[in-house]
Design a protein around this ligand. Structure first.
Ligand SMILES: O=C1O[C@H](COP(=O)(O)O)[C@@H](O)[C@H](O)[C@H]1O
Length: 228
């Protein structure tokens, strides 16, 4: 795995956002449009603030999520809310956003609309930025969920699946492993020593059901972007 380490999160945010903007520009130059799939949670918030100021024709960029919590987009737990507040502002306000939470009450019933909306996102995805939880989950492929077998099955027939984590509140919607891997550039964005230790544990073992991040690391060229 390629690894890029920065002295601190501020430098990481500045440098990594330039890198992402360059890759999106490449996608626009080659195909007229580019796609950026982002993760939720806390880690990417500072990065998104930097990226939102990148000089780019954002009207040609489609932004979507690797996963979502099945809560209203006004809820503080919503990944969409976080992306709207931290990324889809400033210059990046002109980007097209394809959210995952839809009108379905249950996440399982929401899968069909997510699959239909995938048509709006250029594929393969130009840039995928993954995060990782302290249990080794990535996107919403949770080790403790009943759906982990489907999520990691490279032949799973749908690009999205509804997931119920045993250790976290709210049903989730997640891209499947196969759909995540349909990306030209995959980054694993982590900060802090605790996440680094989790990654070291993942790299030292094999069981993908125990730590789903292993499934991505095993099958794709992933670049780790890390700062203490
Ligand atoms: O629940 C989630 O967690 C992971 C990691 O989040 P962080 O707060 O530890 O950065 C995130 O990558 C995922 O998108 C999110 O839904």
């Amino acid at each position: 795995m390629k690894q890029t380490t920065y002295t601190d999160a501020k430098v990481l945010n500045q440098q990594f956002s330039k890198r992402i903007a360059g890759l999106l520009q490449e996608g626009i130059d080659n195909h007229g449009q580019a796609s950026l799939i982002v993760s939720g949670g806390r880690t990417p918030q500072g990065l998104f603030a930097c990226l939102s100021e990148a000089e780019l024709d954002w009207s040609k960029v489609v932004v979507s999520l690797a996963d979502e919590r099945w809560v209203p987009a006004t809820d503080d737990a919503s990944n969409e809310k976080m992306v709207r507040e931290h990324l889809l502002k400033g210059k990046a306000a002109r980007a097209q956003f394809v959210g995952l939470k839809n009108a379905a009450t249950e996440a399982q019933q929401g899968v069909a609309d997510c699959v239909a909306n995938l048509r709006e996102i250029p594929q393969p995805f130009d840039v995928l930025i993954l995060g990782m939880g302290e249990d080794g989950h990535t996107a919403s492929l949770f080790p403790c969920s009943k759906q982990i077998g489907q999520g990691l099955d490279m032949d799973y027939p749908r690009p999205y699946l509804a997931v119920q984590p045993a250790t976290a509140p709210n049903w989730r919607m997640s891209l499947s492993l196969a759909a995540l891997l349909n990306s030209k550039h995959i980054f694993l964005h982590l900060t802090g020593d605790a996440k680094r230790a989790v990654l070291d544990k993942a790299l030292a073992g094999e069981d993908e059901f125990e730590m789903p991040i292993r499934a991505v690391l095993k099958r794709a060229e992933v670049e780790l972007v890390w700062a203490p």
